[in-house]
Design a protein around this ligand. Structure first.
Ligand SMILES: *[C@@H]1O[C@H](CO)[C@@H](O)[C@H](O)[C@H]1NC(C)=O
Ligand SMILES: *[C@@H]1O[C@H](CO)[C@@H](O)[C@H](O)[C@H]1NC(C)=O
Length: 392
């Protein structure tokens, strides 16, 4: 124990090196009297040791209480290996290149007629992003399938938000299969169980919507928006991998804060009845590059942020109630900082350190969903330079 802080370096000797610590004192004490042995022990119990015990240790404990999650995230590269890298498929696109040539550039054939495409989502409350998504994909979708529950994944009651706003979406009405499901409201359950339950119900709803073998099915969260030209390519080309993940650009709060291009959970499947299951995890190694946008926490109202922070599957992240203070949330949005005051979830120290601190502002609004730019006034809050949100 007294080895813990030595005069010299002040470094900590773990158990295994006890011998080594002992040796330093041991050499003299074996030869000389018990007197110097005592002196040797006392030399260990010096001022630094006291400071260590009565100041540093309590501070460490307090620090771990405040920042425990951060510390464990920072140390993640030590205990977790990165997943197997994807096989990234280069993505070719220009509006003036023919479909035949585009398919050929990917090594795929072109079909005589396009496949039917189903877009299925679990809906919570993200009305604005849903509108952008459906407007972007509208020309190429056979059926839009939307399921909503009156329970969040964390088991809190919520209204059927889509049902109450359905008239905003008249433009898809003729191609919409809408379903609701009652929450189970199990207290203290892992949110992933409710989520899985809702995804199974979505499989049922897809059958009701009339999906058949060989149709394409987009599996993604509402805020993971494939670009229209990507879906058009996949429905026209043959020999596309039967399960293909989409690499999306990750944005936070709006298209002003581009985090990285690391979003991969969205996927497009060639439907096989009895085999295809709606999921939001990794299901293949193929990833099509630059296939759209993932805009997280892209809400118009501060109240929507608060709702989402509470409803989030990782709701253990709201560790302090002041995280939900509207003024703090507004400041965080304008800075491009983290709502939960967390460290980036990465697998190497280099990436963690590279991504620490706020996201730099982006001034590009090139290659964004067309409907967003056509309605820039309405969607101002999603464009660069407009971080102030409406309170409500
Ligand atoms: C792209 O194609 C359109 C119509 O096919 C044509 O009017 C336009 O000039 C082309 N643009 C470029 C840059 O080649
Ligand atoms: C949720 O919806 C189900 C079915 O629509 C209904 O029976 C139940 O009472 C609702 N629960 C709440 C808390 O709204």
């Amino acid at each position: 124990m007294w080895c813990a802080v030595r005069d010299s370096g002040g470094h900590y000797c773990p158990k295994k090196t006890d011998d080594l610590c002992g040796d330093v004192c041991g050499q003299e004490s074996s030869q000389v009297s018990g007197m110097s042995r005592v002196r040797c022990i006392l030399r260990g119990v010096d001022v630094k040791t006291c400071i260590f015990l009565f100041a540093v240790v309590p501070m460490c404990i307090f620090g771990i209480y405040l920042h425990g999650q951060k510390i464990s995230y920072f140390l993640r590269p030590l205990w977790e290996k990165p997943p197997k890298p994807f096989h990234v498929i280069p993505h070719y696109y220009n509006e003036n290149v023919s479909m035949e040539n585009l398919c050929r550039l990917h090594g795929w054939g072109v079909r005589e007629f396009p496949r039917r495409v189903y877009d299925a989502v679990l809906f919570s409350n993200e009305l604005e992003i849903l509108n952008l998504r459906w407007r972007e994909l509208y020309p190429y979708i056979t059926q839009f399938v939307l399921l909503e529950s009156n329970s969040t994944f964390t088991g809190r009651p919520k209204p059927f938000v889509f049902k109450g706003n359905r008239e905003q979406f008249k433009f898809v009405e003729s191609r919409l299969t809408y379903g609701t499901i009652g929450g189970r409201f199990k207290k203290g359950e892992n949110p992933f169980v409710e989520e899985a339950y809702q995804r199974v119900a979505l499989d049922q709803l897809l059958k009701i919507a009339g999906i058949t073998d060989d149709d394409l099915l987009i599996m993604s969260d509402v805020d993971e928006i494939p670009s229209a030209h990507t879906i058009n390519l996949l429905r026209w080309c043959d020999d596309v991998p039967s399960v293909l993940h989409l690499q999306l650009k990750n944005y936070l709060y709006s298209f002003e804060f581009l985090m990285d291009d690391g979003s991969w959970r969205a996927s497009v499947h060639r439907y096989q009845s009895g085999k295809t299951r709606y999921a939001h995890y990794r299901q293949s190694d193929n990833l099509l590059a630059d296939a759209g946008w993932h805009c997280s926490f892209c809400f118009r109202h501060i109240s929507d942020f608060i709702f989402k922070m509470k409803a989030y599957s990782h709701n253990d992240r709201v560790r302090f109630s002041h995280y939900l203070n509207p003024k703090r949330i507004q400041d965080v949005i304008c800075k491009g900082a983290d709502l939960f005051d967390m460290l980036p979830e990465e697998y190497t120290f280099k990436e963690i350190i590279g991504k620490m601190g706020p996201i730099p502002h982006s001034y590009s609004a090139v290659h964004l969903p067309a409907y967003l730019l056509e309605n820039a006034q309405k969607y101002k809050f999603l464009l660069p330079g407009n971080c102030l949100r409406e309170s409500r």
